[in-house]
Design a protein around this ligand. Sequence first.
Ligand code: FUC
Length: 805
Amino acid sequence: MTPDVPRRHFMALAATTTTGLAATGLPAGTAHAAEPAGRQKADRPLALWYRAPAADWLSALPLGNGRLGAMVFGATETERLQLNADTLWAGGPHSYDSHKGLAALPRIRQLVFDGKWPEAETLINSDFLGVPGGQAQYQTVGSLLLSLPTAGTVTGYRRELDLDSAVATTTYTRDGVTFTREAFASAPDRVIVVRLSASRQGALSFGATFESPLHTSLSSPDPLTAAIDGKGDATGGVDGAVGFRALVRVLAEGGTTTSAGGTVSVRGADAATVLIAIGTTYVNWENASGDAAGRAAADLNLAANRPYGQLRGRHVDDHRALFRRTALDVGSSDAAALPTDERVFRFASGGDPQLVELHFQYGRYLLIAASRPGTQSATLQGIWNDLTSPPWGSKYTININTEMNYWPAAPANLLECWEPVFVLLDELAVAGRSTARTQYGADGWVTHHNTDAWRGTAPVDGAFWGMWPMGGAWMSMAIWEHYRYTRDTGKLRARYPVLKGAAQFFLAALVTDPATGALVTCPSVSPENAHHSGGGGSLCAGPTMDTQLLRDLFGAVASAADTLHIDAAFRDQALAARGRLAPMKVGAQGQLQEWQQDWDAGAPEQQHRHVSHLYGLHPSNQISRTRTPDLFTAARTTLVRRGDAGTGWSLAWKVNFWARLLEGDRSYKLLADLLTPERTAPNLFDLHPPFQIDGNFGACAGVTEWLLQSQHDELHLLPALPSQLPDGSVRGLLARGGFEVDLSWRGGALNEARLTARAGGPARLRTAKDVKVTSGDAPVPTTRPEPGVTAFTANAGAVYLVRPA
Ligand code: FUC
């Protein structure tokens, strides 16, 4: 039987317009202070819903448990669940290092310093690129097809994805019988579950079978089960090494169930639970010889021992433990009752603030579904990919996209979902040590602009895009950022060697720019942008982004060494190198220069989607209104010159940039540009186009930047609140320094903030107006170190209320 779970009534809710502020004046989240954190239910519909089955993949609804993904189409005749397993990649364990690279390096560097970019590009492409010159792609398992009865007319159709329970539901009536299907991907039980039921006894008949675009075979291992066995493709001359087995078992109530030739057939049942398990042979980046069949069978058999209600209950509890940590309420309107695809069409015309909440929470939902402890990191498409050769291989592009995927992990209170990145980093540090030694003759480890399941760390995809040695520097910043949010010295200590290794590489591989004497990367690029047209026009030494990343990396490793009371000599070396990096420069147009030379005004693509040199503004804090006002103005000029146009992820980055520039309305405008049918699919997947999930995550993080920023050991409350959202509340944002923050605002101004000091220590609040701080009922003594800043000392575990003075 279907367990009783709260169902949302859209039409009923549509009648009410809420501002989300509880009558008490407290933030919606804190109004129910008696409930334990993470246990509160949103009072608005947090669901995507549609009046028709998905006509295409971008209308289907994503489910995931971090390891397995499914796209649910909600069809009434042949239901399709397109399936993914996070470890099913083409190719196999493989080092991409070029053994010709090291000998060519001095000449490449000289050519770059001499401005002979075409010659440098030719030499990089012939001798310095990885082998093969492109990486392996993430592949689909295929689909499970459920063939359902077709006679009679369908009425009352509806499908939805409820973000709060992570259950996709399809309902319709055919010939007087109402059919209901629920589907979810369970992390605790490691399977995808579909429950089919009918309003009339014995009315349920269907077949279940797999199909796949890969080389596969079908079988029926037992009377309730069908299987598909296959293997990932060869790629770039590397054999496909990852085998997989997917199993589907149907546990029907009533009727008869048989399996033959790879199809399970159910006749005349009352209800049925369909379990899908997938195992692959992937063990890790160096080993693809695991037991796919054994893994799939183990997961399936364990899940099959639990009744449906228990599977569902365990899944919902597990999901809500993460999902309900954060709630956002920016008001609602009648538009919230419309089907989700219609809302995307109408968003630009205004009046649908709840879509901001839904899109924000969808970002959190997708991260929970795509990335869990023990799984692979989220790729360019999360874990959802229906192709054998997806765009950009659906791999890890680490010159922005993978980093963006994890921007919400800390502020949106999903630290666990960040865990796969630290495993990826451990593995990149091993693979990248070989690349550092083999291609640069350097200590430490390096990785370039892309990586894959085999942890490719050499440059790929041609010099223009690939000759960027900074992927490890940027990815490693996660180690220090995690510490800044959590103050978890145990994890920092365990991860320090990886952070140090990233810095060690640059201490060995930076070179002195003959023109300026500064330490620079060479060869490098400012990701994917050219300073000159023609061959090699992206190649350069010391682009601004590289120096910003190195300033952060050297600073982080030095601070980490201090925090851990270790490695003082290395700290000094890192800081000495940091002091020799080229400074950021303001160019002739008043812009922050993208390169050491003021080439910006002549660059061929003035509106290029990458705005790499604003890394210093976001996600880094090197550029801020309070600390570096001149660079802050220059960064704004750069962003204005770049324009508002861009691909999905580029718009999402600009949401964050404008928030850091403290201009909430412009930031909101960029989110509105993203929430259009050109950039957001019917299922709210971000469109480059094509689909790339980074924009979903980038936008989710951008919304947190409107409400709370935590640069420079300061909590800035409501730093960039858009005027379109004058009243609202948020609960459960995390800030650097180890704070959890709830906020409410009215008429665009702070109403109340509640800070939980997880770690304790100095607290500095930046607010538009004076505030008073209390803890319990007692006033907290504060100081005013500068205008707009209120400081006090927070005790670990204590809760502080901040209200207008
Ligand atoms: C980089 C970007 C593209 C795309 C790709 C996956 O190459 O410049 O826009 O996001 O990564």
